[in-house]
Design a protein around this ligand. Structure first.
Ligand SMILES: [Zn+2]
Length: 319
């Protein structure tokens, strides 16, 4: 068996490549390149090649020892063709990632989006180890999720299953980034909390967040600091988001009856109180039997979940 694999995290502002020892998931070498100024297919692919070339050079590894390259990309992908269909932050459209990498390096390459890579990471190496029927929900800027049935990701008939963030929880609801209205993401993500607080500031309410931040972007860290300082507006809108999030999760419990729900993402990982209150409320709102039998865990693998999860794609055999 080949001993190593390469994981690539193609995020909104960086390319992170790592050489991983498969036996123990140990990261042996990593190369990180910022992509802030580089946008568009040509610039992103050359940045990625630059990072991979540097990884091969630094690690001095023989390519024959590498079983696969797994890429986790922040965007919409086509698993069958290995094409990055749409990555807005990188301004990449219809980029033939898998084909270009396989042509240059002659190594089998797999492509996943960042949410499924993080879910695969939890399933194989993190909070999901030993479980087979899992729903992973990541709450941050948006809300991403992934359904795992019998140890494998359930993609749905056209590959888009698991979009809990775009399930509608208010028929007369707020506009959502997807073009729809009333979606969970517009009520329970960090962006939703941020938008609600900004609305209150416009109406003249005062919050410590204007002193803690630049007044434009409220990070999870800022929200936590404001909660710790008992800031009234922050407490109000965080509690509101918890109400919606727990309702969304109660729907998942009732609809799918999973054995395990893994919660992750910036807002969950960064603020323990949100995690604990969400679980408590979701359990109270769901039907008794599935509620009693659903286990909750926090995601265990943070910043490296994309690259480590991407190396598990060869097991999943998605392409
Ligand atoms: Zn939506």
């Amino acid at each position: 068996m080949k001993k190593y694999s390469i994981g690539v995290d193609l995020g909104g502002t960086k390319v992170l490549c790592a050489l991983i020892e498969k036996e123990n998931n140990k990261i042996l070498f990593e190369v990180k390149k910022k992509t802030k100024k580089e946008k568009g297919n040509d610039k992103i692919i050359s940045k990625l090649f630059e990072a991979l070339d540097e990884l091969f050079k630094n690690s001095n590894i023989n390519k024959k020892e590498i079983s696969s390259i797994g890429i986790a990309a922040a965007g919409q992908i086509d698993r069958k063709t290995g094409i990055l269909v749409n990555a807005c932050n990188l301004e990449c459209f219809n980029l033939e990632l898998v084909k270009l990498i396989e042509k240059k390096y002659k190594i089998k390459t797999y492509l996943a989006n960042d949410v499924e890579a993080a879910a695969l990471c939890e399933l194989n190496f993190g909070a999901g180890k030993g479980f087979k029927n899992i729903v992973c929900i990541f709450v941050g800027t948006g809300i991403g999720s992934c359904i795992i049935i019998d140890g494998k990701i359930y993609y749905g008939s056209s590959g888009s299953a698991g979009e809990i963030g775009h399930t509608i929880i208010d028929v007369n609801g707020r506009d959502c980034s997807c073009g729809g209205a009333g979606c969970l993401e517009a009520y329970a993500s960090r962006s939703a909390i941020e938008a609600r607080i900004k609305g209150a500031i416009k109406k003249g309410r005062k919050t410590i967040l204007t002193d803690l931040s630049d007044g434009q972007n409220f990070s999870t860290k800022h929200i936590k600091q404001a909660l710790d300082a008992h800031d009234e507006i922050t407490i109000q809108y965080v509690n509101e988001a918890i109400e919606y999030l727990s309702s969304g999760i109660a729907n998942v419990i009732n609809f799918l009856n999973p054995e395990l729900i893994i919660l992750g993402g910036g807002l969950i990982q960064g603020i323990d109180d949100i995690y604990l209150k969400t679980i408590k409320n979701a359990k109270a709102k769901a039907l008794c039997i599935p509620s009693e039998n659903t286990i909750f865990k926090k995601a265990e693998l943070g910043d490296y979940s994309g690259i480590i999860g991407a190396t598990a794609l060869e097991k999943q055999n998605v392409i």
